[in-house]
Ligand binder design. Structure first.
Ligand SMILES: Nc1ncnc2c1ncn2[C@@H]1O[C@H](COP(=O)(O)OP(=O)(O)OP(=O)(O)O)[C@@H](O)[C@H]1O
Length: 295
């Protein structure tokens, strides 16, 4: 008999995660799965449960929560030998991973994907000893995201990040960065932001790296160097048009491995959570996990 673990964050998505459990259970039992439900209570519970699911050779793990729960769940499986198939029921505010995979953002519709057997392999990013599915960001602009309160997120959604970002840009918060990629190339200078995206969806905005595919094995990297406010304003237009890659003020490159260091203390932001300070090494684990997706 096949086995499925439902990892449920009861606090996510306006506390409605548990209302989807009965239907998921019914669908999976009809497909011959034995289903176990676990509820998270605090940070890293999802990682621990998912690790148990790998060790006990579960066939499927279903994550019910926002990007935070998903990030923790995936961190529980990436370094395991047996990695169950993953299903995502998006219940957060932004749901970048679901957006990148075209998983319906309405949870009711995402649940219906469990009825078919369509799945897709997805790259995983590695930053030092930690893993990410969407993005690693470095610099003052990335740090601004920590200033966004849960109340702002609920009220303004992804726009809350843009608002904090504008505050940082207007105070000229750049960091001196040394960025080495694909072994022999180096960029050195003061930057507002370095971004390495695995998918096309970041902060709910789906046009940052329009040609990033979830399984292309590449980090899509952007450097936003120090520049005046006029140039910055025009970059916002490029972002909104999905043309950031072509903007001459922005450095864009694709790489399989990136090393970043600074002579100052600079923090990283890994899938929206605080990560290691610099120096960091970024790598891609190509097609490392398999996710239930739209046919
Ligand atoms: N029972 C719980 N109560 C409160 N927090 C929890 C609980 N279980 C897990 N958490 C923590 O809540 C964090 C945020 O959850 P998640 O991102 O899934 O939902 P969300 O906040 O609704 O989504 P988003 O961040 O997109 O708004 C998780 O990273 C986890 O550490």
């Amino acid at each position: 008999m096949k086995s499925a673990m439902l990892i449920v964050n009861p606090s996510s998505g306006k506390e409605e995660a548990v209302t989807y459990v009965a239907e998921i259970q019914e669908i999976l039992e009809d497909k011959g799965y034995a289903v176990k439900e676990v509820q998270t209570e605090k940070e890293l519970d999802a990682t621990k449960y998912c690790r148990d699911a790998c060790k006990e050779a579960y066939d499927l793990v279903v994550s019910l929560g926002g990007d935070g729960t998903l990030h923790e769940t995936i961190n529980g499986m990436v370094d395991q030998e047996h990695r169950p198939l993953l299903a995502v029921i998006p219940l957060g505010t932004v749901n970048d991973f679901a957006r990148a995979l075209n998983i319906p953002l309405h949870p009711d519709e995402a649940v219906q994907l469990l009825r078919n057997d369509h799945s897709r392999k997805v790259d995983i990013g590695k930053v030092n000893e930690r893993y990410f599915v969407n993005i690693t960001a470095v610099g003052a602009l990335a740090e601004a995201t920590y200033e966004v309160s849960p109340e702002q997120k609920t009220r303004f959604g992804p726009l809350a990040y843009v608002m904090e970002g504008i505050k940082t840009l207007s105070s000229d918060g750049t960091s001196p960065l040394t960025i080495q990629f694909d072994d022999h190339k180096t960029w050195e200078g003061d930057a507002f932001l370095f971004l390495a995206a695995l998918t096309n969806s970041t902060g709910g905005f789906e046009r940052l790296a329009p040609d990033a595919e979830v399984d292309d094995g590449l980090l899509h990297c952007f450097i936003l160097p120090r520049m005046n406010m006029m140039r910055l304003a025009s970059i916002v237009t490029s972002i909104l048009r999905g043309e950031l890659q072509e903007d001459s003020s922005v450095e864009y490159f694709k790489a399989r491995r990136v090393e970043i260091s600074s002579r100052e203390t600079v923090k990283t932001n890994v899938d929206g959570e605080e990560g290691d300070p610099l120096p960091v090494v970024l790598d891609v684990l190509p097609s490392h996990i398999e996710v239930i997706s739209v046919p």
